[in-house]
Write a protein that binds this ligand. Structure first.
Ligand code: ATP
Ligand code: MG
Length: 542
C-alpha cells in the first residue's frame, strides 16, 4: 500500500518509540457467521497491507466465541475470499482455542475483586444499567466475597445453572458516563455445543472480554476495528490492564466502516436475502459479498484499488458505488479483449454485396493496447447491428444509421442505409443498405469522412448468447433511504461473433461499445453461452 493514513502515522510513532520493538502485528478477525462482503474487503486490505508495509504479520483469526450463530460452512468461503483478494495470513487461528486462557483470566479478575457473579435477570441488568443521562444502580450481588464468586463461577462452569440464571460481571463503575463500563457482563451461560470445543463449555466469554485477550495472546500490536467500538476501547484497555499478564498490551484503533450507496452490508440482512430466495445464494452476482462480486466478474485488483482510493478515515460516510464500478472499468480496460456482440439486433442486407460471398475483416483485440493484436471477423451480405444504431427519423446529432446516411462499419466498409423494410405489424424487418467496395478498412481511403462508426456481426456465423444484466438490490432516495429494488435482473439474447462461443467460463471481455462481461463462472458451457454484465462502459463517477 503506497498510501499512508492516520493508522500508519500511529504505527510509525510506535516504531519510533519502540513501543512494541519493531513489531507490527495485525489480524483480520471475522466471525464465521456469513460470507464476507465488500466492507470486510476494506478491513482485509487495511490489516494485511499495513502488516506488509511494515514487514509485520497478519493473522486470520476466527472470532468464534458465540456457539449458536456460527457455522464452519463459512470458514472455507472466508479463506477463499481472503486469498482471492491477494493476501495470505501468517497464522490461521481460532479464538475458541483460547477458552481455557480466558477462563483463567476471568478467575484472575475474581481473585483481584474485579469481577463478580450476578444473579439479576437480563431484564434487571438492563434496568439497573441506567441511561446516558442517569447513572446505573449497583447490583445487590456486587459485594459477594472473592471465595463466594470463585465457587459460583466454578459452578457456572460445571453446568449447575440454566442459561441466563447467572452471569459474571466486571466490577468497574456503575456511575461511569460510558455505559460500557457499568459492570459489563464478561461471561454468560449457554448450554450449547460449540463447533470446536463441543460440550466442554457451557459458559462463554462476551466479545468485549474475549477480543482483547485474543489479541494479547497472539501478540497483536495494533488491533484495528470499526468505529462502533470506540466507546468500548476503555473496556478493552481495562481488561488487559486488570488481567495484567501482558506488559505491553495491544492497542485498539478504530476506523470508519465502509458504507456504499445502493448497498446493504449487514451479514444478517444478506443472509435473509439468501434464505428468502430473493437472490440465488451468497455468490449471486448481485450480492455485495466478495463471492458475489467475484462471480459478477470484478477483479481483486479493482477491489484493492477501490479500498486504497477510499482511504481510511475516522468519520463515517457513504461512498458512491459508482467509484467501485469506476475501479473495475479502469482495471479491465487494458486487460481484456473486445468482441463484437449485437444487442436488440436489426438485420442489415447489403444489396450490392454478392450473394454467397463472405470475407474476413481484421479488428483490434483492444483498440487501446495495440500489443494485444488483432483478430478476424466475418463479413457478408447479411449482418446484424444494434437496435440502438438505427433511427428511422434521426434526432439531432445522430450520426449512425438512418435512411440516406453513410456510416463506417468498424473493420469493414462504409455503408449507406437506403431503405427500411417493415413487417406487417410495423416492426422493422431489415435495412437495405449498400457498401462502397473502395472503402475497405485499412486501405487508407481518403477524402471522405463519415461521422458514425458502428459494429456488426455477420448473420450467417453469428452465435446467440444470453446476457444477464443486473441492477442494484437496493434503491436509494436522495435522503439515503433504502428500499428493495423489485427488478434486479434480466436476461436478454444477443448475437455475437463466432469467437465468443470459444470463451472459457470466467473469461472476461469488453463487448465492443457495450461494456464488460464475464462468461458466467459457474454456468457457462458450450451449450450454455451465458454472460454476466460486469459493468457498463459509461461512468457516472465524477
Ligand atoms: P456485519 O455487521 O456486516 O455482520 P461484522 O462486523 O459483524 O459485520 P465480523 O465478521 O465481526 O463482521 O467482521 C470482521 C471484521 O471486518 C471486523 O474487524 C469488522 O470491523 C470488519 N468489518 C465488518 N464490516 C465492515 C465494513 N462495512 N467496513 C469495514 N470493516 C468492516
Ligand atoms: Mg460481528
Amino acid at each position: 500500500m503506497a498510501e499512508t493514513n492516520f493508522i500508519h502515522s500511529i504505527i510509525e510513532k510506535d516504531l519510533e518509540n519502540q513501543k512494541y520493538g519493531d513489531k507490527v502485528y495485525t489480524r483480520f478477525p471475522p466471525e464465521p457467521n456469513g460470507y464476507l462482503h465488500i466492507g470486510h474487503a476494506k478491513s482485509i486490505c487495511l490489516n494485511f497491507s499495513t502488516a506488509a508495509k511494515y514487514g509485520g504479520k497478519c493473522n486470520l483469526r476466527y472470532d468464534d466465541t458465540n456457539p449458536v450463530k456460527e457455522d464452519v460452512e463459512y470458514v472455507s468461503s472466508i479463506e477463499e475470499d481472503v486469498r482471492w483478494l491477494g493476501f495470505e495470513w501468517t497464522e490461521r487461528l481460532w479464538a475458541s482455542d483460547y477458552f481455557d486462557k480466558m477462563y483463567e483470566a476471568a478467575v484472575e479478575l475474581i481473585k483481584k475483586g474485579k469481577a463478580y457473579v450476578c444473579d439479576l435477570t437480563p431484564e434487571e441488568i438492563r434496568e439497573y444499567r441506567g441511561t446516558l443521562k442517569e447513572p446505573g444502580k449497583e447490583s445487590p450481588y456486587r459485594n459477594r466475597t472473592v471465595e463466594e464468586n470463585l465457587a459460583l463461577f466454578e459452578e457456572m462452569k460445571a453446568g449447575k445453572y440454566a442459561d441466563g440464571e447467572k452471569v459474571l460481571r466486571a466490577k468497574i463503575d456503575m456511575a461511569s458516563p460510558n455505559i460500557n463500563m457499568r459492570d459489563p457482563i464478561i461471561y454468560r451461560i449457554a448450554h450449547a455445543s460449540h463447533h470446536n470445543t463441543g460440550d466442554k463449555w457451557c459458559i462463554y466469554p462476551m466479545y468485549d472480554f474475549a477480543h482483547p485477550i485474543e489479541d494479547a495472546i497472539e501478540g497483536i500490536t495494533h488491533s484495528i476495528c470499526t468505529l462502533e467500538f470506540e466507546d468500548h476501547r476503555p473496556l478493552y484497555d481495562w481488561v488487559l490492564r486488570e488481567v495484567g499478564w501482558w506488559p505491553q498490551p495491544p492497542q485498539q484503533i478504530e476506523f470508519a466502516r465502509l458504507n456504499l450507496t445502493n448497498t446493504v452490508m449487514s451479514k444478517r440482512y444478506l443472509k435473509a436475502l439468501v434464505d428468502d430466495g430473493v437472490v440465488d445464494g451468497w455468490d449471486d452476482p448481485r450480492m455485495p459479498t466478495i463471492a458475489g462480486i467475484r462471480r459478477r466478474g470484478y477483479t481483486p485488483e479493482a477491489v484493492r484499488d477501490f479500498c486504497e482510493k477510499i482511504g481510511v478515515s475516522k468519520a463515517n460516510s457513504t461512498v458512491d458505488i459508482s467509484l467501485l464500478e469506476h475501479c473495475v472499468r479502469d482495471d479491465l480496460k487494458e486487460k481484456v479483449e473486445t468482441r463484437n456482440v449485437v444487442f436488440d439486433p436489426i438485420k442489415v442486407v447489403i444489396t450490392n454485396y454478392p450473394e454467397g460471398q463472405s470475407e474476413l475483416c481484421e479488428v483490434e483485440n483492444n483498440p487501446q493496447v495495440p500489443e494485444m493484436g488483432t483478430r478476424q471477423i466475418p463479413f457478408s451480405r447479411e449482418l446484424w447491428v444494434d437496435g440502438a444504431d438505427f433511427m428511422e427519423v434521426p434526432v439531432k446529432k445522430y450520426f449512425r444509421l438512418f435512411p440516406g446516411n453513410e456510416v463506417r462499419f468498424k473493420g469493414a466498409y462504409f455503408i449507406t442505409c437506403n431503405e427500411v423494410v417493415k413487417n406487417e405489424d410495423g416492426s422493422i424487418k431489415e435495412l437495405l443498405c449498400t457498401y462502397d467496395p473502395e472503402t475497405r478498412s485499412g486501405s487508407g481511403f481518403e477524402g471522405r469522412k463519415v461521422k458514425g462508426t458502428i459494429h456488426f456481426v455477420d448473420a450467417a456465423t453469428a452465435v446467440p448468447v444470453k446476457i444477464r444484466q443486473f441492477d442494484y438490490l437496493m434503491l436509494e432516495d436522495e435522503n439515503g433511504e433504502k428500499t428493495m429494488n423489485p427488478e434486479t435482473m434480466r436476461e436478454i439474447t444477443c448475437y455475437a461473433e463466432p469467437a465468443v462461443a470459444e470463451a472459457k467460463a470466467g473469461e472476461r471481455f469488453q463487448f465492443f461499445r457495450h461494456g464488460y462481461f464475464i462468461a458466467e463462472p459457474k454456468l457457462f458451457s458450450e451449450d450454455n453461452l451465458l454472460f454476466n454484465e460486469i459493468v457498463g462502459l459509461k461512468s457516472s463517477w465524477k
